[in-house]
Write a protein that binds this ligand. Structure first.
Ligand code: SF4
Length: 662
């Protein structure tokens, strides 16, 4: 039986080496087991690649996968996943993206596109329903993301200049950063939405794939459309009662750094201490209009226009709170400058977080006297130097000069440079962490969450908003609310309210529950801002998704089914990483990883200065492994757990490779 309600029902396989493509029917059993997007992606990646796969070789794959809710009326469900073996970390690489591509891919009839091989010359893939062609992209190679999207639209506009026609084309593509195999390269959806982490743009560059463009004329068939529409209406109404809703609509993530409480919390969490110089309303004069991903009423994005001063004429969207935080680290908090810097990253196809971390690392090395102008071609990497930041950003994209070191940040870059620079190159599993924070979060459980993530250091594993008390009190997440939610959900008024650096017996259970919600968002195609991650009272969690999915697909999905599916996805991702050599030691924050890996304390980060001990971290990690069914010694899913998840074939594969399962 094929799965064709909610899901589009087809997988498109494309081989760049031979130029052939074929369409595979999506089987109902497989779709139900792996649900979609992140679930489809890891199952395909596990089967198609392995330790023998060279991330920048022809045998790596590019998987673009949407969820069963992507492109439907379900709240904020525009999203798809871009997945490959990561050239940055050498493990599982995935990046989630909003924008419009996922919806348009489904309207063309595909739940996933799997690209293999290597093109003889630069190529892009054009899809218009059944029409699938590989187009010579030599005229696009060297163009930035904005120019190449425009050129692809020009190639197919056939005289039509209407906005409706241009908006009907979804593009995922790379800029010069991907072409030059920079490990900071991302894949851009349209002009401002990035599938950011993992250096996946370099995989596209290595295959000669400049872009995938899609235009679809179908809708999405739903099993029970009236019920589905009612559920959507109810959910949209619920948001309006949530304390975070108005803030997210008004500020987006720029609101993360607005207001004194969150300012100190974010500074503590990301920067290792209070930062001065932040301007709460810095971006307000630049906001021209709200922007949104496809079909999202939260519309957290803003279109900015700098009308005067040094960066006059800068126009673009997609500036997030992260960029504002980077501005604090760079000591360049000016909003017009940050708008320019963000645009440059988008145009060059660079993941702004990777670029920022690399530059902050370079600033630290400069300060310590480890590098000087003779290394950087005369660029002075001093704090507050806006020209240097823009110059380095370009160099990272083109691997020009010192950019060749920064493009490989953190692990390979530090190895290339040597001189003890690796002490400052904080990372988890090869994914850079905010340098001054060194992988430490705002609470003990949040620190765990940042570091056990399957794609490396990442704030999108667990539940931030209510697991980080005081962070958002000013936005209505008060002590009273946290008390009530703790009582309602876990029968303990203190669990969220007093959760900080001390151990709480239920906190790992709460973290695992949040992880299932976060993973399921990536599996169904919903933005995390529509979930309880961001809307802690009225946001979507597994019970709401079980209703949405059942009405969309006609399959009976229970909350327990979804919990099992999320658990299966995490176990499969960790098994992929285990096959690549990841073990318990790789689940520690950077300074502890250093101590355990090298058998000596981190020379810069004193354990005594950290608000928890190694024993406390070990205890919470043990408990997380126990709850997840992983071996305490290795962190690998046990055979029992893999069997529970229906992944016996994975257990056999690992055992055949000599990997000991508990
Ligand atoms: S909340 Fe923001 S990031 Fe999420 S789908 Fe809506 S516009 Fe996109």
């Amino acid at each position: 039986m094929s799965a064709s309600q909610g899901w589009s029902g087809k997988l498109l396989w494309v081989d760049l080496t031979t130029g052939h493509h074929e369409v595979q029917t999506l089987s109902e059993d497989w779709a139900r087991t792996y649900v979609g997007a992140r679930g489809f992606g890891i199952r395909l990646l596990y089967d198609l690649t392995g330790p023998e796969t060279e991330p920048l070789g022809a045998d790596n794959v590019i998987i673009i996968a949407a969820g069963p809710l992507t492109g439907t009326l379900s709240p904020s469900s525009s999203r798809c996943e871009v997945i490959s073996k990561s050239p940055l970390t050498g493990i599982y690489g995935r990046a989630d993206v909003g924008g419009a591509f996922g919806a348009k891919m489904k309207y063309a009839g595909y739940d996933a596109i799997i690209v293999r091989g290597q093109a003889e010359h630069p190529t892009y893939l054009w899809i218009e329903d059944e029409k699938v062609i590989l187009v010579d992209a030599r005229h696009l190679w060297g163009k930035d993301v904005w120019q190449s999207r425009q050129a692809i639209c020009d190639d197919h506009r056939a005289g039509s200049n209407s906005a409706a026609f241009l908006n009907s084309i979804g593009t995922l593509g790379i800029g010069p950063a991907g072409e030059h195999l920079s490990l900071a390269a991302c894949v851009m959806d349209g002009v401002a939405h990035a599938a950011g982490l993992g250096g996946l743009g370099a995989v596209w560059g290595s295959k000669g794939l400049k872009a995938v463009a899609v235009r679809g004329s179908r809708g999405i068939d739903l099993a029970r459309p009236e019920e589905f529409t009612r559920l959507c209406q109810t959910q949209w109404t619920r948001y309006q009662g949530d304390p975070m809703y108005e803030s997210t609509r008004k500020w987006g993530t720029l609101g993360w750094v607005g207001g004194s409480d969150s300012r100190s919390a974010i500074s503590d969490m990301m920067l290792g201490g209070r930062m001065e110089g932040i301007e709460e309303d810095a971006f307000v004069p630049l906001i021209e209009k709200s922007r949104t991903c496809y079909g999202c009423q939260i519309h957290c994005d803003h279109f900015l226009h700098v009308k005067d001063g040094k960066y006059k004429g800068t126009k673009g969207e997609g500036v997030e709170g992260w960029v504002q935080i980077q501005g604090l680290s760079f000591k360049t908090p000016s909003a017009p400058f940050l708008a320019r810097y963000n645009n440059l990253c988008n145009q060059l196809g660079l993941n702004v977080a990777s670029v920022g971390n690399a530059i902050i690392w370079a600033m630290e090395l400069w300060k310590q006297g480890i590098i000087d102008a003779s290394d950087t071609g005369g660029v002075e990497i001093t704090e507050g130097n806006e020209e240097a930041i823009l110059a380095l950003t370009r160099q990272i994209a083109y691997r020009d000069g010192f950019g060749d070191v920064l493009a490989d940040h953190p692990v390979a870059g530090a190895r290339k440079l040597g001189r003890g620079s690796e002490r400052y190159a904080a990372h988890t599993k090869g994914q850079s962490a905010w340098v001054p924070g060194h992988g430490i979060g705002i609470t003990l459980i949040y620190t765990l969450s940042l570091n056990v993530n399957t794609r490396g250091y990442d704030h999108l594993m667990g539940g931030m908003s209510i697991l980080t008390p005081d962070l958002r009190e000013e936005w209505g997440i008060t002590r009273e609310l946290l008390t009530r939610l703790g009582e309602q959900r876990y029968g303990d008024p203190a669990i969220f309210r007093d959760n900080a650096w001390s151990y709480h017996p239920l906190i790992v259970q709460a973290e695992c529950d949040f992880e299932h919600m976060m993973v399921m968002a990536d599996m169904v195609g919903t933005c995390k801002f529509a979930t309880q991650y961001n809307q802690p009272v009225e946001g979507i969690d597994l019970p709401e998704w079980s209703d949405f999915l059942s009405a969309a697909t006609g399959e009976d999905f229970t909350t327990t089914d979804l919990q099992s599916a999320a658990q299966r996805t995490i176990a499969l991702e960790r098994s992929y990483n285990a096959r690549e050599g990841m073990r318990r030691v790789d689940d520690y924050p950077f300074f502890l990883w250093w101590e355990k890996k090298l058998g000596e304390p981190h020379p810069l980060y004193k354990t005594s200065e950290v608000p928890f001990t190694l024993e406390e971290y070990d205890r919470i990690l043990d408990e997380w492994y126990e709850m997840r069914g992983y071996d305490l010694r290795t962190g690998i899913a046990t055979r029992d757990e893999l069997t529970r998840c229906g992944l016996e074939d994975v257990a056999d594969d690992l055992a055949t490779r000599g990997i000991v399962l508990g």
